[in-house]
Write a protein that binds this ligand. Sequence first.
Ligand SMILES: CC(C)(COP(=O)(O)OP(=O)(O)OC[C@H]1O[C@@H](n2cnc3c(N)ncnc32)[C@H](O)[C@@H]1OP(=O)(O)O)[C@@H](O)C(=O)NCCC(=O)NCCS
Length: 218
Amino acid sequence: MHNKLANSHSPSKPYMAGQVIPVRELHAGHREEILQHLLALGDEDRRLRFGTQTPDEVIHHYVEQLDFNKDAVFGIFNADLRLIGMAHLAYLPEIQGQARAAEFGVSVLPEGRAQGLGTALLNRSAVHSRNSNIQILYVHCLANNKAMMHLAQKAGMSVEYAYGDADAYLKLPPANPATIVEEAANEQWADFDYALKENLKLANQAWWWFLGRPNVAR
Ligand SMILES: CC(C)(COP(=O)(O)OP(=O)(O)OC[C@H]1O[C@@H](n2cnc3c(N)ncnc32)[C@H](O)[C@@H]1OP(=O)(O)O)[C@@H](O)C(=O)NCCC(=O)NCCS
């Protein structure tokens, strides 16, 4: 199968605003946004994301335990600066003689779906993995997760099915100057996009205040 992510050695037009979705790397200061994002997922989405029924307490614990020094977490913010999509790239323990691997988990809120956000998070995680010397990217999910399966196959991942679960994996080539530039450019573009949305939000609030209208959050 054509391995789109692994064979991509040139930047995927990271400077073209409007075509490249800005993906930010998140840090410990984003814990609250991450928590609100995951709590906003319905029961079925939580099951698809974590592979099992996931009550609020488990999500609280998961977010508290996120280690931003060890793993990488990526996010996409909408115009209201709401975290609409996020991905957790968890580095698996190194085993001598085996390829270095990371596991990818992703969620996009229903209102943001089918616009390429999941794909952008997967692309960014694959490039980051290559730049971090990761050789294999895994996605573990339920075999009936059609959207994730489609996304994985579109990215050229190989999929193995067993007992209702599916393991998709992608062998990644080493980093090269293009992957380093691609990631840096996307990060810069995402910072710029965030600052722009932040200023627009503040400007809107100022206008509402000036015009004496209530500032109703959308
Ligand atoms: C999986 C998920 C992250 C996809 O996010 P997204 O932003 O909609 O992803 P994209 O828009 O980049 O791509 C989705 C693709 O799946 C396709 N798709 C969506 N639902 C589908 C379905 N039921 N059957 C087949 N394909 C489907 C879309 O058409 C799109 O394909 P295209 O790009 O070729 O048109 C999102 O559905 C989600 O958060 N699901 C709940 C959590 C989850 O399942 N996480 C994955 C396990 S870790």
